[in-house]
Design a binder for this molecule. Structure first.
Ligand code: BTN
Length: 352
C-alpha cells in the first residue's frame, strides 16, 4: 500500500511561495504581482499601493492556504506568509538542503506499511537506487522495531524515515551504521532542538530517561553492500497518544520542549538529513573511530556499574570501555578480570 504524498503540491505556485518567504513583512498584493510578472511581461512596475490583483494570483494564494500555508491578508498592508505547514512536502525539505548524499533523492509517501519495506521494494524495482536515497512517510501502518517489535507510527506525529546506504564495510564495522544514525539524532537534538539527549545501549536515543527515537538497520543477502537504515523519531505525540504500555518509557519532542508546543516536522527533518549526511560521510572516509568516539560520548555508562545480559546469562561489572562495533568491556564484579562482550551478543545493558 503505497500512496504518494501530497500529489496536489504540484499545483502550487512555487515562485509565489519563494517570493513570500523572502518578505519579512506584509507586501502589497500589487507588489507581489509586479514582482512575479517582472521580466515575464511588459506590465508597468507597481506603484507600491494596494491595487486590484488578477484572479490568478488570488487563486494561487488560496491554493497555498489550502495546502496548509499560514498566510495573512491585511486590507491595507497586503499579504504575509506567517508559517509553513507541518507536512512533508518535498519542496520544503529540499530547500537549502546542502548534503552530499543523504536526501539527494527523496521519496515521500502518505502511507506505507513500513518505510524500511518501501526502501527494499524500491531497491527491487531499481537495483541501482542511489546511495543516500531517503524514503519518508506521514504514517506507517506496520512500522518495524528492533527484535521483531512493532513501531507505533501515527500520521503526522513523527519522522518515519529510511535511508538506502550503499557502501562497502568490513563485517566488524557494520554496527557503526546504526551508531551513525543514533549519533546524528543525538547531535541534532542537542544542537538544533536544544534537548539533552543520550544514547542507551545499543542505539536508542533518549531524552530525560525516555526513548524519543529508535534505529533499525537491515541488510539482505541478495543485495551486497546495501543497507536500509530506518529511523523513527517521535515528534508531536502527547503522552496520551502513545499506547498505554509505552507511556512510561517513550517521549516526543513536543512533550520535552518547553511549553509543549507542536513542532513542525519539516524543521526537524532538514537538520536530521544534514547531520546524517555528515556522520555518514565518515563511514565513506573510513573514519570509523571518529563515529565510535562520538557515539561513546553520548552513552553515559563509562565507569558505571551495570548489569549486562547476554543470551540467558547476566553479568555485573564496571564499564571499562564502550565501543558500538566492538562491544562493552566490563571489570567483572568480585574479581580483577576484565571481559569484552561482543556488541552483537549483548541483549541489554542497564544500570546496576
Ligand atoms: C527500535 O525498535 O528502536 C527501532 C525503531 C525503528 C523505527 C523506524 S520508523 C522508520 C523505519 N521503518 C520501519 O518500519 N522502522 C523504522
Amino acid at each position: 500500500m503505497y500512496t504518494p504524498a501530497h500529489p496536489r503540491a504540484r499545483s502550487m505556485n512555487f515562485e509565489l511561495l519563494s517570493y513570500l518567504k523572502k518578505q519579512s513583512d506584509f507586501t502589497a498584493v500589487a507588489d507581489v504581482e509586479a514582482a512575479l510578472t517582472r521580466g515575464k511581461s511588459k506590465k508597468p512596475k507597481s506603484t507600491g499601493k494596494q491595487g486590484p490583483a488578477n484572479d490568478a494570483l488570488f487563486r494561487d494564494i488560496e491554493e497555498l492556504i489550502e495546502q496548509g500555508y499560514n498566510i495573512e491578508f491585511h486590507p491595507y498592508l497586503g499579504v504575509k506568509l506567517i508559517d509553513i505547514p507541518d507536512r512533508l512536502f518535498e519542496h520544503e525539505i529540499r530547500e537549502d538542503l546542502n548534503t552530499e548524499r543523504v536526501g539527494k533523492v527523496l521519496h515521500i509517501h502518505d502511507q506505507v506499511d513500513s518505510t524500511n519495506e518501501a526502501a527494499w521494494k524500491l531497491l527491487e524495482s531499481n537495483p541501482a537506487a542511489e546511495d543516500g536515497t531517503v524514503i519518508l512517510a506521514e504514517r506507517q501502518v506496520n512500522g518495524r522495531g528492533r527484535l521483531g517489535r512493532s513501531w507505533h507510527s501515527p500520521a503526522g506525529c513523527g519522522i518515519w524515515m529510511s535511508v538506502i546506504l550503499r557502501v562497502q564495510l568490513p563485517p566488524d564495522k557494520l554496527a557503526l551504521l546504526t551508531a551513525t544514525a543514533s549519533v546524528a539524532l543525538a547531535n541534532m537534538l542537542q544542537q538544533f532542538i536544544h534537548l539533552p539527549s543520550e544514547i542507551k545501549w545499543p542505539n536508542d536515543v533518549m531524552v530525560r530517561g525516555r526513548k524519543v527515537a529508535g534505529v533499525l538497520v537491515e541488510a539482505r543477502s541478495t543485495l551486497p553492500d546495501t543497507y536500509v537504515m530506518g529511523i523513527g523519531l517521535n515528534v508531536n505525540q502527547q503522552t496520551a497518544d502513545f499506547p498505554e504500555e509505552l507511556r512510561g518509557i517513550a517521549t516526543s519532542l513536543r512533550i520535552e520542549r518547553p511549553g509543549s508546543a507542536p513542532v513542525n516536522r519539516v524543521r526537524v527533518v532538514r537538520p536530521l538529513l544534514f547531520y546524517l549526511d555528515s556522520v555518514y560521510r565518515l563511514i565513506h572516509k573510513k573514519k570509523y573511530d571518529k563515529i565510535a568516539r562520538a557515539w561513546a560520548e553520548f552513552v553515559p555508562m563509562g565507569g558505571r556499574k551495570v548489569r549486562l545480559s547476554q543470551g540467558d546469562k547476566e553479568f555485573t561489572g564496571t564499564v571499562v570501555e564502550l565501543d558500538p562495533a566492538r562491544g562493552i568491556t566490563l571489570k567483572l564484579e568480585g574479581g580483577k578480570e576484565t571481559k569484552l562482550f561482543a556488541a552483537e551478543t549483548v541483549n541489554n545493558v542497564r544500570e546496576a
